[in-house]
Design a protein around this ligand. Structure first.
Ligand SMILES: [Zn+2]
Length: 130
């Protein structure tokens, strides 16, 4: 068993953050944080944050740069719905019917169908590019 020297203080590990833009590490309390619209992002547990991406950066300059990048990215409603469906299909009990999928995503059937069609079209495009 490893024993601590008498009187030695345990090493204090300061929690660090990682800049989403430059990957620099810095103390948590120096982080610049915020949300930007992003239809590819859903929150793991709170659907009130769906369609928003949490950003953490090393300062105002990198936050602005990243915010501008996300604002140039198209916001696609079907992409958000597809992300909600993926969350349901990858967590919790299995979902077997459209009704169950609707209940758990909060989406109506036409939205589910548009999201699935969008997802399948994207998969076909990726497959064709390979
Ligand atoms: Zn940075």
């Amino acid at each position: 068993m490893w024993k601590r020297r008498k009187g030695a203080r345990p090493a204090r590990i300061l929690p660090l953050e990682l800049c989403d833009l430059c990957a620099a590490t810095f103390p948590q309390d120096e982080a610049k944080r915020g949300y930007v619209p992003d239809s590819s992002s859903v929150h793991p547990t709170n659907d009130g944050y769906d369609g928003l991406r949490a950003l953490t950066t090393c300062g105002d300059e990198h936050f602005e740069e990243l915010r501008r990048q996300y604002l140039r990215r198209p916001y696609v409603q079907e992409e958000l719905w597809a992300a909600k469906i993926t969350r349901v299909l990858t967590t919790g009990p299995p979902t077997l019917t459209m009704d169950q999928l609707g209940c758990r995503t909060g989406l109506h059937e036409p939205e589910l169908r548009r999201a699935i069609a969008w997802h399948n079209e994207r998969m076909r495009r990726y497959a064709a590019e390979e």
